[in-house]
Ligand binder design. Structure first.
Ligand code: TRP
Length: 336
């Protein structure tokens, strides 16, 4: 039986961090056996916000290497760079005739960007969701693993596909946002402020490229308080976050040990020592991150291999993309 097709795009800006790993990447890794997966680095999209491309090439290679280091297998999935698949750009052109200026202007992410970069409100920014729709539909994907913030874009992708089907014939499947619901783990910054992924503060974010001593330092500086004042206290969210991290990288008995200490603590008798918890967490985090970091570094050191893998991914992506474009051109009547 033909497996369902999954597409997702990875932004090449910024270093991958623990929030990306547990919020997205780990799910991609799980999907690679059950679905026919297409994962790509969205470097065209990044031009809408990052016109300076001096760092881009390096970032793209790093993101690819980091994704493979986390367990994405380029033999199982198509792992590629958006700009290596020109078919996407052609579909984007057709979808642009089906997207209305009014709906694009109303998109939440567009309005955010207008606020953030008032001097560069380019048309690419306006049509960002159109390009995203093309990324997805060029592979005729039905499932798109993305976070909540992308649901509006997915709804727009469905609208464009529906309009296409209505106008030119029913050939495009409709894509839906998808994730492993329950297992979506939200990791806060170590300073207790917002999501790790949104954190402006580098000290509050654990990157998959962080050296061992940096990991230790960040965790030892994580926000804590004077400890619980009654037995079975409510946990403040920044303490809960440390337990979440412990739950992800430490042994179950370690987590239980500190939970019991927390629950048995009270004012004047604080059994839990956050310093000890953080020391343990730091060591377990080093055990977790260092193999990923090293694998990613080794891949980046072998640029030839990395580029060969990239080319293989592009080949797979283009094979299916060409089929879609053939159908699309037939439907529109561009098959002369
Ligand atoms: N817009 C997505 C984000 O900000 C990235 C992206 C681009 C994407 N194209 C995509 C995600 C296609 C899923 C499918 O994270």
């Amino acid at each position: 039986m033909q497996k369902e097709v999954v597409v997702s795009g990875i932004r090449p800006t910024g270093f991958l961090h623990l929030g990306n790993y547990f919020g997205a990447l780990r799910n991609y890794v799980r999907m690679q056996d059950d679905y026919q997966c297409y994962f790509f680095v969205a470097n065209w999209h990044s031009l809408t916000t990052h016109p300076d491309t001096r760092e881009l090439q390096k970032s793209v290679l790093r993101v690819l290497a980091e994704n493979m280091a986390c367990g994405l297998d380029p033999e199982k999935v198509a792992l590629y760079v958006q700009s290596d698949v020109p078919e996407i750009a052609e579909l984007y052109l057709y979808f642009n005739m089906l997207a209305y200026k009014g709906e694009l202007e109303k998109t939440v992410t567009f309005k955010d960007k207008v606020r953030q970069q008032p001097d560069n409100v380019n048309a690419g920014l306006l049509t960002y969701p159109v390009l995203q729709a093309a990324d997805i539909i060029i592979q005729r994907a039905v499932k798109v693993p993305v976070g909540k913030d992308q649901e509006q874009h997915l709804e727009m992708a469905r609208n464009f596909a529906e309009r296409f089907n209505y106008r030119y014939g029913d050939i495009l499947p409709l894509p839906y946002a998808f994730n492993y619901g329950e297992d979506l783990i939200r990791i806060m910054g170590l300073d207790g402020n917002g999501k790790m992924s949104k954190s402006e503060n580098q000290m509050a974010t654990l990157y998959l490229a962080d050296e061992d001593d940096v990991i230790r330092k960040k965790i030892m500086k994580a926000k804590t308080d004077q400890g619980p004042a009654t037995v079975h206290s409510d946990m403040p969210d920044f303490i809960q976050n440390l337990f979440t991290l412990l739950g992800l990288v430490s042994q179950a008995d370690v987590v239980d040990h500190f939970k019991t200490q927390f629950n048995n603590s009270s004012a004047g008798n604080c059994v839990i020592r956050y310093g000890d918890l953080k020391k343990q967490l730091a060591e377990d985090m080093v055990q977790f991150i260092s193999p990923i970091r090293e694998k990613a570094a080794a891949l980046q050191a072998d640029e030839k291999k990395l580029k060969d893998l990239m080319a293989m991914g592009a080949d797979k992506a283009r094979t299916r993309a060409k089929e879609t474009l053939y159908l699309v051109r037939q439907a529109i009547g561009l098959n002369y």
